[in-house]
Design a binder for this molecule. Structure first.
Ligand code: FPP
Ligand code: MG
Length: 355
């Protein structure tokens, strides 16, 4: 844990970390390098949305709730979901009231889900920093996640019934996705079909909701809102598949996660499922290594090498590309705006990262 001052809540403060408050500059710069004015406008709107993430004066219900603000500041994040809210709003009136609050709703639900997920996974770090439960203990961290959800609900209520509905539905889908992952496919269910069900709930639901809530808040026509939501659904699945590929390919320096971590944890990622189903005799050793679920640490390097040699990663990439194509196709009907170009660029960014 990074040395910092400890306040009476037992949580270290976040002095000198203003950069962590800002969204991932790199992501924004990569999306529309040719339109710096648009990038600057998005960056300013994202910085404005940050204020809604924090507990306000009326949230001084317990010192730990106030301290959660410091923890979130330290944790940072890409702020992808708030960015999607802002991009969705670009197809209506981006100056409409409540867009910043809508961006915060999406991020708060995301942060709540990660807070609870890290408890479930026993993960002591998140993006290289102590997770909430590593600092607070599990029972208090459950309540920290609950507060984040409560804050999201409060902000959504200020936006109106559509936002409340979108927020509630996305949170429900996240829970269902996580439960599907927890319980596994069950008898008679195809594991790959089950994988997509999990990814749709865990990842796609919130990306789709982010675009949808931004579009609705900006008064975007219903057809365009539906297209943006479909884009989010497809991008979300592609995102999850890309994440699976990164676990097998990317060095920790790029992802903040140790390479092969999912393999060691026995995660039923898409490449693992495809390898288990592979009829290629060349995959026999890999199939045997994966048969027991979690791969023992002593076998991890061998499993990674076998993945590199097998056709499974190419097959997984093809699945990702098909989803990205579907995401791009959803954008076809939308008017040509910088935001549309940024959404196309986001597809390229996902493909490039995982390729
Ligand atoms: C990360 O998965 C987890 C999620 C994307 C969703 C978690 C959802 C819940 C805990 C359900 C509760 C939801 C709410 C709204 C409170 P991962 O473990 O595969 O990825 P990681 O490596 O980033 O942890
Ligand atoms: Mg996790």
């Amino acid at each position: 844990m990074k040395a910092g001052h400890m306040d009476d809540t037992g949580i270290s403060g976040a002095p000198g970390l203003p950069s962590a408050l800002l969204p991932d500059q790199l992501l924004l710069d990569r999306l529309l390098p040719s339109d710096p004015a648009f990038g600057a406008r998005m960056r300013e709107a994202l910085a404005g949305a940050e204020q809604w993430l924090r507990p306000g004066a009326d949230d001084a219900l317990h010192p730990r709730i106030a301290a959660l603000g410091g923890h979130l500041a330290e944790a940072g994040g890409k702020r992808l979901r708030p960015l999607l809210v802002l991009l969705g709003a670009e197809f209506g009136d981006p100056g409409a009231p409540g867009i910043g609050q809508a961006a915060a709703v999406a991020e708060l639900v995301h942060l709540a889900s990660l807070c609870h997920d890290d408890i479930m996974d026993g993960a002591d770090t998140r993006r290289g920093r102590p997770s909430v439960h590593a600092r607070w203990g599990e029972r208090a961290a459950v309540l920290g996640g609950d507060w984040l959800l409560a804050r999201a609900a409060q902000l959504a209520a200020g936006l109106g019934a559509a936002a409340v509905q979108l927020n509630a539905r996305a949170a429900g889908r996240l829970v269902a996705g996580q439960l599907h992952e927890l319980t596994g496919p069950g008898p008679g269910v195809d594991p790959v079909t089950h994988y997509f069900r999990v990814a749709a709930g865990k990842t796609a639901a919130l990306l789709a909701m982010s675009l949808g809530i931004g579009a609705v808040q900006a008064g975007t026509p219903a057809g365009d809102t539906a297209a943006l939501t479909e884009y989010g659904e497809q991008l979300g699945i592609a995102f999850q598949v890309a994440d699976d590929l990164l676990d097998l390919r990317a060095p920790a320096a790029d992802t903040g996660k140790e390479r092969g971590r999912d393999l060691l944890a026995g995660v039923r990622s898409l490449p693992v499922l495809l390898a288990r189903e592979s009829a290629d005799p060349a995959d026999a050793e890999l199939r045997a290594l994966l048969a027991g679920g979690a791969v023992p640490a002593a076998d991890a390097a061998r499993a990674l090498a076998l993945f590199e040699r097998s056709g499974v990663l190419t097959e997984t990439e093809a699945v990702m590309h098909r989803r990205l194509d579907r995401a791009r196709a959803a954008l076809d009907a939308l008017p040509d705006r910088p935001a549309r170009r940024a959404l196309f660029a986001l597809c390229d960014h996902v493909a490039l990262r995982a390729g």
